[in-house]
Design a protein around this ligand. Sequence first.
Ligand code: B12
Ligand code: SF4
Length: 499
Amino acid sequence: MPYNKPIVLINPPVAELPGSQIFVTTMPLGIAYIAAYLLKKGFRVKVIDALGLGLEKVSGWKHGLRLRGLTIGEIVKSIPNESELICISTNFTSQHKVYIDLVSRLRERFPKKKIIIGGNEATANYKRFLKPEGADYAVLGEAEETMLKLANALSKKDSAKAIEAIDGIAYRKNGKIAVRKKKGFIKNLDMLPFPARHLFPLENYWKAKRGHGPVNKRFTAIISSRGCPYNCTYCSSSVFWNRHWAARKPENFVREMQHCIEKYGITEFEIEDDNLTLDIERAKKIFRLIKEKKLGITWTTPNGVRPEHLDIETLQLMKDSGCTLLVLAPESGSQRILKEVYNKRIDLENIAAVAKNCSRLGIKTTAFFVVGLPVEREDDRQKTKAYLKRLARIGVDEVGVFPCIPYPNTEVRKRYFKGNIKGIDSLNIGTVPEWYPNSRAVNNYVKQLYITFLLYKAVFHPVNVLKMLFDVISNRQSIKMERELINWKNRLLKGSWFS
Ligand code: B12
Ligand code: SF4
């Protein structure tokens, strides 16, 4: 019999730069999965979605930053007295300091309760959290089964022995940190219940309209597979999932979509897989099912999709099933960088062909670039610029250009950022962070790429630019850039530009 005190799961608030208007907010699937799994196993669960509950609320914080969401004090106050396990999602390295602050304030207030952390940052940097003034346990990697074992173990009178037997955790033991390596991943993802969306303030997310990609109506993140077998050197996901890839059956995935439509009236889906199309026959079956069942939805891939397998027939099928936008990720226009530095096994010609076909079929496309490593030479940068111009001419609708951040345990970090990286755990959203090598030059280069793209788009696709303006006037997002323009417009109209 699982113990009957509610297990608290926290989605922390987010630190941002003062004055920042560019933020993206989606319901966290990770906690929603864990909550659903614990509920299914008979536990009680209380979710505190500090971000979702305070999406429009900003307050002063430390390090010259402000917090979006409930304040740390408010989170501490909303922990039920009877709860003994407080679990915190720590998914982003860039939010490390918020997590540390939250953990230490909870520890201070509740010296006896157990604090458990999980997600990307906890998995990579558990040592920085597992301190007497910090957390008790870190769940490493995929967490549903581990969390269940840990909750079961902690509900026993003599929990120490039961804890020893759990793999995939790190914890404090006799003043040291004990690590039990993760042994495997969930074999059958179809046995997991659908994420417990009902525990989150979905209305707030819908109202804010700040999805990962463009969103207009009731939207949700959804995932049909976990992990990716490739090992691009900058990718944090392949480290986290250890190049493992597991997929749900198409029927199970589409059933979740139907559930979202029926229960919440959701009609827009953001498919967040790392590698949706690895098994293309499986992916096509998903698209066919959506079409056959006439779900009447739209979907996008804001986390990116690989170009192999995306021939014109497949793209047509995707379009017919409701696909409105694909994010492609060439990352660089230099084959040297792709091969020698990123180990990104993609063909730039292939991406250009997919972009061209999407443009013909009316599927919007975004192209992502990752730039700025000290090994990037001037000729590499020129090639990236040339390729970006080519994509603009083909009809790619927008680009996202990001500095290559050396996330923990990634190969780029080991190769090009030896030693400690001051500032890696500081905010790195939006612009090139100050601590980045040659930050100013990289920042200028990033800006140059954006400007070049927009100029080429305006010259070669003026009708698309007009459509974009029309979208902005009618408050409709069909690419992400339009969202920022809509927000600028609305702030100007409200006269709150400088507030
Ligand atoms: C959707 C998404 C987002 C959403 C937010 C999602 C959210 N709130 O969770 C948005 C669009 C806002 C976003 C923003 C960013 N993201 Co993002 N995002 C993703 C993406 C594509 C999917 C996440 C997801 O739903 N996965 C599916 C679920 C099932 O997995 P999961 O979240 O990992 O959860 C499991 C475990 O982590 C763990 N777990 C999670 N929470 C908890 C809590 C507890 C208590 C426990 C025990 C376990 C646990 O258990 C879960 C179930 O097994 C991932 C890539 C990926 N494949 O995960 C990147 C990813 C998480 N993002 C990443 C990055 C870098 C960013 C940005 C910095 C990008 C940018 N430059 O703007 C920002 C940072 C935002 C911020 N707040 O500071 C990196 C994180 C790397 C790192 N070490 O920091 C990832 C891994 C992408 C990558 N390939 O590198 N992102
Ligand atoms: S293909 Fe994408 S998800 Fe896979 S390792 Fe490369 S960047 Fe990461």
